[in-house]
Design a protein around this ligand. Structure first.
Ligand code: FAD
Length: 140
């Protein structure tokens, strides 16, 4: 899985950041749209390996449903997308690279991209985190 995104490639790569509603639906759409285009690969990076259907979260709190009813593994939803579970730490817009850390030892990895979809906002993280930096760079 990791090798697939660090290998000497030269397919056109679309990287989607975030495995929530925005990221997953963008990836599903791209997967369908580009199903017959061999020279394109899609990679989704998210810190969780599952998609959480938040509108039914209150039913879990009320014990009306089991959590397994509203959680879906990303790799099951996205059959042709490389799913990479990790934290996005930096988005280097000029060099078209994303720096992520993953795994038990927080191994760092740089991923090249041709097109980037940013589908998260760091509401639960520190102020100067990845999306803030990227938005700042893009604005500046
Ligand atoms: C209890 C509850 C009920 C809701 N009900 C409704 C409803 O009925 N209707 C409605 O329209 N909306 C509802 N919402 C709001 C809805 O869930 C959000 O609007 C929606 O999830 C936003 O989608 P998103 O893709 O922008 O972000 P998110 O769903 O927050 O997804 C962001 C993803 O990016 C990942 N991520 C974030 N930072 C990083 C990072 N640095 N590195 C790697 N991954 C990262 C996160 O783990 C997450 O998977 C509800 C929300 C809650 C909490």
């Amino acid at each position: 899985m990791i090798n697939a995104v660090t290998d000497n490639r030269r397919k056109h790569r679309i990287v989607v950041l975030g495995g929530g509603f925005g990221g997953v639906y963008a990836a599903i759409h791209l997967e369908k749209l580009l199903a017959r285009v061999e020279m394109v690969e899609i990679c989704l990076v998210s810190r969780d390996n599952f998609f959480l259907f938040t509108p039914m979260l209150h039913e879990i709190a009320a014990s009306d449903l089991e959590i397994t009813n509203i959680v879906n593994p990303l790799r099951k939803l996205l059959r042709k997308v490389e799913v990479l579970v990790g934290d996005v730490n930096e988005i280097d817009l000029p060099n078209k690279q994303v720096l992520i850390s993953h795994g038990y030892r927080n191994h760092s990895l740089r991923i090249d991209y041709d097109h980037l979809v940013i589908a998260f906002y760091p509401i639960h993280t520190k102020k100067d985190s990845a999306a803030d930096t990227a938005c700042g760079n893009a604005a500046g």
